[in-house]
Design a protein around this ligand. Structure first.
Ligand SMILES: Nc1ncnc2c1ncn2[C@@H]1O[C@H](COP(=O)(O)OP(=O)(O)OP(=O)(O)O)[C@@H](O)[C@H]1O
Length: 234
């Protein structure tokens, strides 16, 4: 569904991504791992059109999208949960979810399944985003990305600073989303993650980045045997 090939990106003179390639398929969770500063967030920003790439291709269902602005990628079905969540603190939970519909035609409704996936958001529907705990805000950020019923969901370190019971709940939601999305169709999930146990538990496929290059990739069940934990240890 989503193919990234030979992507190169620079910040000024710094060559950050060096020929990165990976594929994200419907029904699967692809996890990108790597130490701090190897370029994981930059890769997702390139994918979303938030920073330009110098070389390479990004394709959605075979169609090149690297020249598209971010809103067009969102409208084409790529949902993004940025690092640090970036929810709107002064808007209510419901209003935050409405913001997730910005790329959809007017009067599109929020999918009812969102409140089923995240029951806490139904309870807190009228509360301000800024009043939620970090874990609740992360759930809100994921739900907001799902509001537009994306076919591909891209998440940047959703476990960062979150308590274990919510991490577990998020893991269960991601597994279910890969299987049946928000509309019964399998979703393709790309997850950047530094929390190894969470990554291994969810990965159908994995990719390890070092200094902007893919240095290992394979099936999720091979991660232990291939020493991925040691590879990303600080
Ligand atoms: N806006 C920017 N301008 C210049 N350099 C940047 C910018 N953003 C990131 N970098 C540099 O690019 C490199 C990759 O950063 P990036 O945030 O993609 O890494 P990361 O793997 O996501 O790390 P982390 O896990 O800490 O988020 C780092 O060396 C970083 O300092």
């Amino acid at each position: 569904m989503l193919q990234i090939q030979d992507v190169h990106q620079y910040y000024g003179g710094s060559h950050i991504l060096r020929g990165v390639g990976l594929e994200v398929r419907p029904g699967e969770i692809t996890v990108v791992l790597g130490r701090n500063g190897v370029g994981k967030t930059t890769l997702l920003k390139c994918l979303m059109g938030l920073v330009p790439i110098r070389r390479g291709t990004i394709a959605l269902d075979g169609q090149p999208i690297a020249g598209w602005p971010p809103y067009r990628r969102a409208a084409a079905g790529i949902g993004y949960v940025p690092q640090g969540r970036e929810i709107f603190g002064r808007l209510t939970v419901h209003e935050n979810l409405m913001m997730g519909l910005a790329s959809r035609p007017a009067h599109t409704a929020i999918p009812a399944v969102l409140y089923e996936l995240f029951p806490i958001l139904a309870q807190m529907r009228r509360r301000r985003g800024g009043d939620l705990s970090g874990g609740q805000q992360q759930q809100l950020a994921i739900a907001r990305a799902l509001a537009a019923s994306p076919r591909v969901l891209v998440l940047d370190e959703p476990t960062e600073g979150i308590q274990p019971n919510i991490i577990q709940a998020i893991g269960e939601v991601l597994r279910r989303l890969a299987r049946e999305g928000v509309d019964g169709r399998p979703m393709a999930i790309l997850l950047v993650e530094q929390y190894y146990d969470f990554a291994q538990a969810l990965a159908d496929r994995y990719v390890v980045l070092e200094r902007g290059e893919v240095v290992d990739a394979g099936a999720g069940h091979e991660m232990a045997q291939r020493g991925v934990r040691q590879r990303i240890a600080i």
